[in-house]
Design a binder for this molecule. Structure first.
Ligand SMILES: Nc1ncnc2c1ncn2[C@@H]1O[C@H](COP(=O)(O)OS(=O)(=O)O)[C@@H](OP(=O)(O)O)[C@H]1O
Ligand SMILES: [Mg+2]
Ligand SMILES: [Mg+2]
Ligand SMILES: [Mg+2]
Length: 347
């Protein structure tokens, strides 16, 4: 089974959404930031990106359409939100038409409907697109890393993924701080099941195949974790790293840009241990997971089980998510097991 047509549509949608986000990040207005009922931030760019990706996929693929996405239009339909909806609509129309990709003018209602087509619950049957229109909204607001993360599930398995990372340097993060001749940013990672992982500049020039790090000695490995301490237990990852003998300090960057950076070998390990009670969502990992596995990496929960994207919006993982290459995984799993035992409250 080939997914070439779907991959081309996904790349187009994510690239246009990245441009919309770049424009908003450049001119961030305080009024563009709302707070959702769970107190996490959402911006006009999150909504605009979701509307745009939903619209482009439906235009490009005249097939039955199911989308599981992070945002919905509930808050935008409340009294007083009209101005913000108009602003989102303008952003979406500008992004769709600016390079001649489409000759359309969407109404505010079209945009709200496009956002709301992301209400699917996913599951193990049929095809479902999975979208995080801006992953790492907090990073986006800080002017740091974020990603537009789009994946396709078929029969509950991720079959393609695209990660647009507008602020990620094209050169390896390993060279950060050193004099690097290439300080351009904006990466598009993409992978199709069985086809490997590729990275190309977001401006569209040619793609290169990428591979995860081949490091076998954990002392030479560096690891990624969430920028936000509220999203992942930094003390636990520090204990795991210490047990493994990792020498380098953690690299903290927002969003699935971590999966992208790992897929090209910028670092060898990604550790994610949310605080108790948090349930992971499929849109926070689907695209990243295939981008890393097609580049030769392994993504599991803390018990070594693969992630199961077939159960709806949530991922029911055991304790956390760990990512590395095949050689390091057994050592990493041991270190995780020991660290969790040590940290567990004695009863
Ligand atoms: N409490 C808590 N624990 C764990 N994870 C959480 C939590 N709250 C939010 N989120 C999700 O984290 C997504 C951001 O990804 P990261 O954690 O990799 O980014 S960061 O480095 O911490 O900024 C972020 O994605 P976006 O909402 O798309 O930004 C959330 O889905
Ligand atoms: Mg969010
Ligand atoms: Mg997210
Ligand atoms: Mg998001």
């Amino acid at each position: 089974m080939s997914y070439h047509k779907e991959l081309a549509a996904a790349k187009k949608a994510a690239s246009l959404a990245a441009r919309l986000c770049q424009n908003v990040q450049k001119a961030l207005l305080q009024s563009d930031v709302q707070s959702k009922t769970d107190k996490t931030p959402v911006t006009v760019a999150d909504y605009g990106s979701q509307a745009l990706v939903s619209f482009v996929l439906q235009q490009e693929l005249h097939a039955e359409f199911s989308l599981v996405a992070e945002e919905d239009s509930k808050d935008l339909r409340k009294d007083g939100a009209q101005e913000i909806v108009e602003r989102i609509t303008k952003l979406v129309n500008n992004s769709l038409t600016s390079d001649g990709s489409y000759n359309v003018t969407l109404s505010t209602e079209d945009v709200l409907k496009a956002i709301d087509s992301g209400i699917s619950e996913g599951g193990c049957q049929g095809r479902h697109w999975v979208l995080d229109p801006i992953d790492g909204t907090k990073g986006f607001l800080r002017g740091d890393q974020y990603a537009i993360a789009l994946a396709l599930l078929a029969g509950g398995k991720v079959v393609l993924g695209v990660l647009a990372c507008p602020n990620l340097p094209l050169a390896s993060l390993k060279d950060a701080g050193q004099h690097s001749p290439n300080n351009e940013v904006g990466c598009l990672f993409f992978a199709e099941v069985g086809g490997g992982t590729y990275m190309q500049p977001l401006d569209g020039s040619s793609a290169v195949k990428v591979q995860v790090s081949a490091v076998e000695n954990p002392e030479e490995a560096s690891f990624f974790e969430s920028y936000e301490a509220a999203h992942s237990m930094h003390d636990l990852s520090s204990l795991i790293a210490q047990k493994l003998g990792v020498k380098a300090p953690p690299v903290r960057i927002d969003s699935q840009a971590k999966y992208g950076a790992l897929s090209r070998g910028d670092g060898a390990i990604y550790l994610r241990f949310p605080h108790k009670g948090y349930r992971e969502k499929i849109w926070d990992h689907a695209a990243g997971c295939i981008v890393v596995t097609e580049a030769g990496g392994v993504v599991t929960d803390a018990a070594g089980q693969p992630l199961d994207f077939s159960k709806g919006k949530h991922l029911d993982v055991d304790t956390g998510i760990i990512v590395t290459n095949q050689k390091l995984m057994p050592l990493l799993l041991n270190a995780v097991k020991e660290s969790l035992k040590e940290k567990a409250p004695s009863s």
